[in-house]
Design a protein around this ligand. Structure first.
Ligand code: GTP
Ligand code: MG
Length: 460
């Protein structure tokens, strides 16, 4: 989203961390110290605490806001905003990793950055690692690690440095580059929006708010390549009106009447004849975010689920029936090899099977991974029943994420790292044997027919 002026831009961030490490306190502080609370709210909560003989906690501010929101009609009670001079932040409340995952995969509130809170007294918890892992799996690479509760340790620089190096080394293994470690006391408001030179003279870096302001927002979808998953094809068979309207929401880029388009995976080509509008002035151009309907010069048959791209644009959208993906599994039944699940990708649905676990990133450890159990994560290979149009998550987050349905339940989800086999541009491929089988077969042939299949590595 482009900024209209200072403060008009919005960034979605997620706050994660182990239980009691101080997430709510940190958020309460950010709300209070950026003056983002409704007028009088801070005082009202402080007064209420005094009246009830309770010690005021910044975390109560969140409860107070939530109570208020829940009394309204909105069910979306977990939306909390604060403002810096630069922009507005929406905090995605993620009490557990399931909610976090749902939020991220639904795309409704995708976070582009994260604040990971670690309690300095307790140190790096297993959950601190798990959250880092989920962030990396979901492609959130801008991470601020807040080392909290340093007031309880007399603002000890040594503790901060130890946590920084321990957790930094862990994040490195995940290919997440933390953009900053900030030593803080959320309760005392140190290094949150204001520096604390008296308490932490050894720290010369940015405050939490300054680091957030240095994060990059998503590039505008409008500037990216054009892509629109076809949601529906309507046909008017009224009298002589036999228009077909290809409808969907443009996920990125822009398109104008007259331009040549291609549909994937079918590879059919056509030209945009008209952009259909209802109860609105006619238009010649449609852009990202708009629900649009197109008629085409040529009569072609395409199905729901295909993705329309521009013929003249080298869009990184491929027809593929094999994907390398990061998957997080939340289903009660484990995801084993060769069980068929349904992959929901854009407006398409396709049967999929897990065929390989390349990297296992879970708790249940062990050398031989045969399945993903609940809460396990992995880099895997999925085989699809037919080619579908996909993009890597990094090229296009909307086309590059998916949800896996097992029976009737959303049981997992993930992001596409790359497509492994393109099919579509050429004539349909003959049925292929699996890569694993091919490898096994080759190994067998090498042993039994060494003269026909010499080892390419040389030797006699
Ligand atoms: P959950 O939502 O239950 O996971 O906890 P949380 O991470 O939101 O932690 P919360 O903010 O509720 O804080 C937990 C406890 O830690 C509270 O008693 C806070 O007062 C305390 N706490 C939070 N920040 C600090 C801090 O900077 N210093 C000290 N000494 N205590 C803190
Ligand atoms: Mg909390």
């Amino acid at each position: 989203m482009a900024a209209d002026g200072p403060g008009s831009e919005r960034m979605n961030i997620v706050i994660t961390g182990h239980v009691d490490h101080g997430k709510s306190t940190l958020v309460g502080r950010l709300l209070a110290d950026t003056l983002s609370l409704p007028e009088g709210k801070l005082q009202a909560v402080k007064d209420a605490c005094k009246k009830n003989g309770r010690v005021f906690e910044y975390a109560f501010l969140l409860d107070a806001l939530e109570d208020e929101q829940q009394q309204g009609i909105t069910i979306d009670s977990a939306r909390i905003f604060f403002k810096s001079a630069l922009r507005e932040y929406l905090i995605i409340d993620a009490p557990g990793h399931i909610e976090f995952l749902r939020n991220m995969l639904s795309g409704a509130s995708r976070a582009v950055a994260a604040v990971l809170v670690i309690d300095a007294v307790e140190g790096v918890a297993e959950n601190s690692k798990r959250h880092g892992l989920i962030l990396s799996l979901l492609g959130v690479s801008q991470v601020l690690v807040a080392v909290n509760k340093l007031d309880a340790l007399d603002y000890d620089e040594g503790v901060f440095n130890r946590i920084t190096s321990e957790y930094g080394a862990y994040l490195e293994t995940l290919k997440v580059t933390p953009l900053a470690f900030v030593p803080v006391s959320a309760r005392e408001g140190k290094n949150i929006t204001e520096r604390a030179p008296m308490d932490m003279p050894w720290y010369r870096g940015k405050t939490v708010l300054e680091v957030l302001d240095s994060f990059h927002n998503l590039p505008s979808n409008e500037d990216s390549f054009f892509a629109m998953p076809v949601q529906d094809v309507y046909r008017f068979s009224n009298d002589h009106d036999d228009r077909r309207i290809y409808a969907g929401t443009i996920v990125s880029g822009e398109i104008s009447i007259g331009e040549a388009v291609r549909f994937l995976p079918s590879c059919k080509e056509a030209h945009i004849k008209n952009i259909e509008v209802w109860n609105a002035p006619a238009k010649t151009r449609a852009v990202a975010g708009e629900a649009s309907g197109f008629t085409l010069e040529e009569e072609i048959y395409v199905k729901r689920g295909e993705v329309m791209v521009k013929s003249g644009e080298a869009a990184p959208v491929r027809a593929a029936d094999r994907l390398r993906a990061n998957v997080i599994w939340l289903g009660s039944r484990p995801l084993g090899f060769h069980r068929t699940c349904l992959l929901k990708l854009g407006s398409d649905k396709v049967d999929a099977r897990l065929v390989k676990i390349e990297r296992f990133l879970g708790e249940s450890g062990g050398a031989e991974y045969r399945e993903l159990q609940r809460h396990d994560c992995g880099s895997v290979v999925l085989s699809l029943a037919r080619p579908v149009a996909v993009s890597s998550f990094y090229d296009n987050p909307s086309l590059g994420r998916f949800v896996i349905v097992d029976g009737y339940d959303a049981a997992g989800g993930g992001i596409i790292l790359e497509s492994l086999a393109a099919a579509g541009n050429e004539a349909p491929e003959p049925p292929r044997i699996s890569k694993e089988f091919e490898e096994e077969l080759f190994a067998f042939l090498k042993v039994h027919f060494p003269h026909r299949f010499p080892d390419p590595g040389g030797g006699i």
